[in-house]
Design a protein around this ligand. Sequence first.
Ligand code: ATP
Ligand code: MG
Length: 209
Amino acid sequence: ATPRGEAGRRLRLGVMGGTFDPIHHGHLVAASEVAAKFGLDEVVFVPTGQPWQKSHKLVSRPEHRYLMTVIATASNPRFTVSRVDVDRPGPTFTIDTLRDLRAERPDADLFFITGADALAQILSWKDVDELWSLAHFVGVTRPGHELHDMGRDDVSLLEVPAMAISSTDCRTRVGAGNPVWYLVPDGVVQYIAKYGLYAAPANAADLTP
Ligand code: ATP
Ligand code: MG
């Protein structure tokens, strides 16, 4: 039997890619809003492997980012987490994410969700023409970033509640001893504290160059 969404139509699968270092409420609100507006049956969060845009920076180990994503999404029955990027060796390219998910879920229509900053980079992505054939793209508003209409039918733009939160700011806060309560889910606050993420050079073993 082919998987069907509500009312017997093809399954509509949102794909929320990110470094998620750490995952925060900006990511979760974006996914929830797109799911509601586009009638998605499920949103799969896909933490990156070593992100190629950020390979010059320190990024927490994929396993930490994967587990924080699981914790943050566990309470929502429509949110799931995929290991396709974490388990693929080498830097993550969105084209590979979409190819792998397409192979795993051949009967689903994919909706790739990106914030305004990431959408602006889309045209610089590798194999951009194949990207359009694999998924419909949904660009969401993000404070501090312009959301440009790309004039394409396969890209939709959506205004979502403004969450002026970034993972970079969360990391800086933790490093400075400032709270991240209410910026990230409670379980993620606790996970960060438990493993001493973002805290000090003493935790350098939790980072990969
Ligand atoms: P960093 O500061 O490390 O780059 P980030 O907060 O930008 O982290 P990412 O993991 O880079 O988080 O983002 C994953 C996806 O979520 C991207 O498409 C990004 O545009 C989107 N996104 C992140 N934060 C927000 C937000 N506050 N509102 C809307 N979209 C967001
Ligand atoms: Mg980012």
